[in-house]
Design a binder for this molecule. Structure first.
Ligand SMILES: Cc1ncc(COP(=O)(O)O)c(C=O)c1O
Length: 394
């Protein structure tokens, strides 16, 4: 079939492909330890679910304004201000069908063919393909494991060119869990201001930080607003992945352009989900704190478990709910690369993980610890057994 060149330039999200493969195993009755999902394993909190049900019962089931209902746009601005000290007006906010949609819209209204977008590596799988679909060119900046995969302003300075339009920065990062410290974030913003490029700050994991790291938004810094596109999502923070609510906060002219695109594609995000999102942002943050406490325990356990297996090295993630260990020392002997390793782990030990190749980082595997402690223990046991068998076979 003859398809448009722009669709042939991109691929189905590799993380979704791993989930699909793991599902096929599960459908055959196989007990898979699934470290694949990039979504919380907790149910959506009750107050949010009740608001969704009430929205249906009260017949909030019609089209809404494309940019979202007015109370929700206001609530997003107020919540963001309370959490991070930003000062956005509702006219600078657009509600979208998840954070991914907000990123897609922002990139598509800013990029001309051949424009460049800076993307730190390892990256979330969708960033390069969204840029390519918009006709842009991803320019990669490799972050170093010795820096804990944290981007540095000096690295940005080195690669900005005349066609650079946007730097996409995702902190806490999927897949590495890296958190850019506020002072470095400010230095990165200064580079973006000086070189006149947008800083697209993907804050989807903002509230999942550990150790010394704290939730932070560059949009809270004085003078930042005119240069920053803030992308947020209720998916991870409130365990609402399926509801599909995210947002962008940006200068009004940019929001208006995104609105135009959204009005000709999805129209408004689901009305019911918007009412649920309103309850989430206006309600207590207890459920977020409870999830964080549980993730913190799991993070400790999985990190210790990984490090106990000879040959695996693992940087300490400061945020999100992933660990991103390196397996270079364990490759060879029939395991060519980490795509191969992921395949063999699924086939032989029924462990589902996403290979680092999907994130531009061969040699690594991403393990999501958005799964129970019991499953983490089982997975670590199987992982240890896999490499024991592999070394015995040598
Ligand atoms: C880094 C990052 N940004 C954005 C998203 C988008 O999430 P959603 O579209 O569910 O809001 C994800 C989801 O996995 C993500 O990992």
């Amino acid at each position: 079939m003859q398809l448009a060149e722009r669709i042939n330039a991109i691929a189905v999200s590799p993380t979704l492909a791993v989930m699909a493969e793991a599902e096929r195993y599960k459908a055959r009755g196989i007990d898979v330890v699934d470290f694949g999902p990039g979504e919380p394993d907790f149910p959506t909190p009750d107050n949010i679910k009740r608001a969704g049900v009430a929205a249906i019962e009260q017949n909030f089931t019609k089209y809404t304004p494309t940019a979202g209902i007015a109370p929700l746009r206001k609530a997003i601005c107020e919540w963001h201000a309370a959490q991070f000290g930003s000062k956005y007006a509702p006219s600078e906010c657009i509600v979208s069908v998840g954070g991914k949609h907000a990123i897609f819209n922002a990139v598509n209204v800013l990029i001309n063919p051949g424009d460049e977008v800076l993307i730190p590596v390892p990256y979330w799988v969708s960033f390069p393909d969204i840029v390519k679909y918009a006709g842009g060119r991803p320019e990669f900046i490799r972050t170093e494991v010795k820096d804990g995969f944290r981007l540095r302003a000096s690295q940005v300075e080195q690669v900005v060119g005349p066609r650079t339009r946007i730097l996409i920065l995702n902190s806490p990062c999927n897949p590495t869990g890296a958190v850019v410290p506020p002072d470095e974030f400010v230095r990165i913003l200064e580079v973006c201001m000086r070189r006149n490029i947008w800083l697209l700050s993907d804050e989807c994991y903002s509230h999942f930080t550990y150790g010394d790291a704290r939730p932070f938004s560059i949009a809270g810094m004085a003078g930042a607003k005119e240069h920053v596109i803030t992308i947020g999502s209720l998916s991870k923070t409130f365990s609402m992945t399926g509801w599909r609510v995210g947002y962008a906060l940006a200068p009004e002219a940019l929001v208006d352009a995104m609105l135009k695109l959204q009005s000709q594609s999805t129209s408004n995000p689901t009305s019911i989900a918007q009412h649920a999102a309103l309850a989430a942002l206006k309600g207590p943050m207890d459920s977020v704190r409870a999830m964080l406490a549980e993730y913190a325990k799991r993070r400790e356990r999985i990190l210790a478990g990984m490090r106990a297996i000879r040959g695996i090295t693992c940087a300490e993630p400061q945020g999100a709910f992933y660990v991103f260990p390196n397996f270079d020392a364990l490759l060879g002997n029939g395991i060519q690369n980490t795509t191969d390793l992921a395949k063999q782990l699924l086939e032989r030990e029924h462990i589902a993980v996403v290979p680092g190749e999907a994130f531009g980082a061969p040699g690594y595997l991403r393990f999501s610890y958005a799964t129970s402690m019991e499953r983490i223990e089982e997975g670590l046991k199987r992982l240890g057994r896999f490499f024991q068998a592999a070394s015995a076979a040598q």
